[in-house]
Write a protein that binds this ligand. Sequence first.
Ligand SMILES: C[S@@+](CC[C@H](N)C(=O)[O-])C[C@H]1O[C@@H](n2cnc3c(N)ncnc32)[C@H](O)[C@@H]1O
Length: 217
Amino acid sequence: MEEHKLTPTLDGSFTIFSERFQAGFHSHFGALSESQKVYIEYGLNFLSNSGQKDIRLFEIGFGSGLNACLSIQFALSHNLQMDYRSIEQYVLRQEQIDQLYELEQFHFPYYKRLFNEKKVELTKYIQFQLIHADWLHYLIHWNPNLIYYDAFAHSSQSEMWDIKQIEKCYSSLTHQGILVSFCSKGQFKRDLKTLGFTVESLPGPRGKREVTRAIKT
Ligand SMILES: C[S@@+](CC[C@H](N)C(=O)[O-])C[C@H]1O[C@@H](n2cnc3c(N)ncnc32)[C@H](O)[C@@H]1O
């Protein structure tokens, strides 16, 4: 059986359904709208509006690369310097990636280069690296100022939300560094506070009441 299935979502964009985890990569209400709101608006745009023009971004769960594509487009249009590193254990096959990006309503000329494990210099100011590894056994030897915590939901993969995993994010983030996630579970927010984050619950995209932004203070 095919492990990943291409699936339309209600805003007209596409996502992938994982048979292994019985979970979609994004909300079925809208992959693009979710990514735009949670990661771009509450994460990248918020950080850049605070005056930070040098973005060091780490993502947990590269998936279809949608967050990465939107972030790179944002960095290009806002003249940001960006080093984007993303971890993924189950990298999609080339045909699936091509199918997905042919259907998407937005055009992203760099997408093929992102699925290659080597570090890529997309422009003089924008670098990207896909780390093909298991997050559960990975340590971040780096200091990002922004983290996208985009693992599958707790109901599909509870081990990804263990406080040990979140702690790795807290330790590596710079002072005032930001973690954003679609997850608004009470235990997740309590763990973030226990670790020392200041936690905000923000209005979610369609179909989701709240999402989370945590700042290392
Ligand atoms: C919610 S999806 C990520 C969506 C993605 N950010 C995007 O823009 O398409 C979660 C991703 O985590 C990956 N994943 C699951 N377990 C993992 C692990 N132990 N280490 C790294 N990645 C993992 C899945 O394969 C899936 O691609």
